[in-house]
Design a protein around this ligand. Structure first.
Ligand SMILES: NC(=O)c1ccc[n+]([C@@H]2O[C@H](COP(=O)([O-])OP(=O)(O)OC[C@H]3O[C@@H](n4cnc5c(N)ncnc54)[C@H](O)[C@@H]3O)[C@@H](O)[C@H]2O)c1
Length: 435
């Protein structure tokens, strides 16, 4: 008797396709390959395909050795060739979902990936969208496209949404040990998609619809964006009151219930927290509802780099210096600690604004060797005692773990610590100004 898709998932003979081998897609592809499935990653970028097929990783959380092992034993390969989709039984779509210039959702990458799938859609195929998006994308946008060829969802093929929750740089939680929420277009779609993830993940949590699953992800990320916005405003208020926001947060954190610490910083970055809530507010605008918390938090968070510049200006002023002509070293430009990702990083705004005011700005980041800067490349400078000594100000923007903060404080004239990264350094405190 011919095997059903469920049989193939359970005996791991199902062929898995992952469209988009980025921060989400590559770790997912690795988990399926490690779980004994044959996995093909579909990409647009030849350099990523080349890296995977030659056993190299380009993502911090995925070691080269893992890719080398999986590509050598043939369980993981990458391709630019969409025709191989015809052989896939299950396809996870992990492409970017950015905002347009007018801050509206840009789902063009999803549409391009779905167009690929549509060409090769066959009976007993499962398609799961993992990219973060607004409620309704899977059922209202993707389903009609996939059904336009004559196949019926829930009968001929299966469609689901399952939000990825990966937290790059998190040493404790990763794709493998984070529970999965799954919503299907039909009950059967949910059942099959849940079985698919159950093979490789510890826990799955089915919800009633794809819209519910889409909304879960937006709740999670909006929760973070709003709480970070609140604590950023708390930092501004504490500064006005002459209080140390870090001391206040630490003290409040001793309450064993009803409080969860969030920490202020130079602004939000990455591909999720600054972007995802706008997907929700955009959808609600179409329903004539203005998402006030989201807009307010977005406003506060997006203005944090400007507040950092105000603080830099007054810190230098107190030392009889102006921003113009000062030499300033930025430590850490990734959007958060211990990763190499600079997407939406507030450090880029801080650098741009300081340069706009006439400062001589350099950056060091052990994870980011170089970035595109005004049609050019800007490289991380070597962190030396001499560099720190001759700089008017060192701004700690990203609190990477591998910095020796004691040494940094010893050798710097003046430090603005936007992350309280040097909190543990007991000597030279007078040189440090906290956010
Ligand atoms: N990065 C995170 O921490 C994170 C966490 C949870 C969810 N997400 C969500 O997951 C999605 C992917 O994010 P990411 O960080 O992995 O993005 P990414 O930019 O790192 O990776 C996406 C990859 O998709 C490729 N791609 C784009 N269009 C394609 C197409 N049509 N066919 C094949 N490949 C294509 C790109 O070349 C890129 O390599 C987004 O919706 C994001 O919001 C991201």
């Amino acid at each position: 008797m011919k095997k059903t898709l469920l049989d193939k998932i359970k005996d791991r003979s199902a062929k898995i396709g992952v469209i988009g081998l980025g921060y989400v897609g590559l770790p997912l592809a690795v988990e399926f390959a490690e779980g004994g499935f044959e996995v093909t990653g579909f990409e647009l970028l030849p350099e990523k395909v080349k890296a995977i097929n030659s056993g190299r990783s380009y993502i911090d959380d995925v070691p080269d050795s893992k890719i080398a092992e999986l590509s050598k034993n043939g369980t993981l390969k990458a391709t630019l060739d969409d025709r191989l989709l015809a052989k896939m039984d299950c396809v996870s779509i992990c492409v970017p979902t950015p905002l347009s210039k007018t801050k509206d959702p840009d789902i063009s990458y999803i549409l391009a990936a779905v167009d690929w799938v549509k060409k090769y859609l066959h009976k007993e195929m499962l398609i799961v969208l993992e990219s973060t998006t607004y409620p309704g994308t899977t059922d209202e946008v993707i389903k009609p496209i996939l059904e336009s060829g004559g196949f019926k969802v829930g009968r001929d093929f299966y469609l689901a949404f399952s939000p990825e929750r990966v937290d790059p740089g998190n040493p404790k939680f990763n794709t493998k040990n984070t529970p999965r929420v799954v919503g299907g277009t039909t009950k059967k779609c949910c059942q099959i998609a849940t079985a698919y993830y159950k093979e490789i993940l510890p826990e799955t949590y089915p919800v009633s619809s794809t819209q519910a699953a889409e909304m879960v992800k937006l709740l999670e990320n909006t929760f973070r964006a709003i709480n970070i916005g609140m604590v950023n405003e708390m930092a501004i208020m504490c500064h006005r009151l002459g209080l140390d926001v870090w001391e206040i947060i630490d003290a409040a954190s001793t309450k064993p219930f009803g409080f969860m610490p969030f920490y202020p910083g130079p602004g939000l970055g990455g591909h999720c927290i600054p972007i995802d809530p706008h997907y929700l507010s955009w959808k609600l605008k179409a329903l004539n509802y203005y998402a006030r918390f989201i807009e307010l938090a977005g406003d506060i968070n997006s203005h944090m780099p400007e507040w950092v510049i105000d603080r830099v200006t007054s810190i230098l002023n107190e030392h009889g210096k102006s921003v113009k002509g000062s030499s300033i070293v930025i430590l850490g430009i990734a959007y958060k600690k211990d990763i190499m990702d600079v997407r939406e990083s507030p450090a880029l705004d801080v650098m741009r604004l300081l340069e706009g005011l006439g400062a001589k700005v350099m950056y060091n980041d052990p994870h980011v060797a170089g970035i595109k800067w005004h049609n050019n490349v800007r490289r991380s400078v070597k962190l030396t005692a001499q560099l720190l000594k001759k700089s008017d100000l060192v701004v700690i923007v990203t609190n990477h773990s591998d910095y020796d903060y004691k040494w940094i404080v010893e050798n710097s004239q003046l430090i603005f610590d936007t992350r309280n990264a040097a909190d543990h350094v007991k000597t030279g405190r007078k040189k440090i100004v906290k956010l």
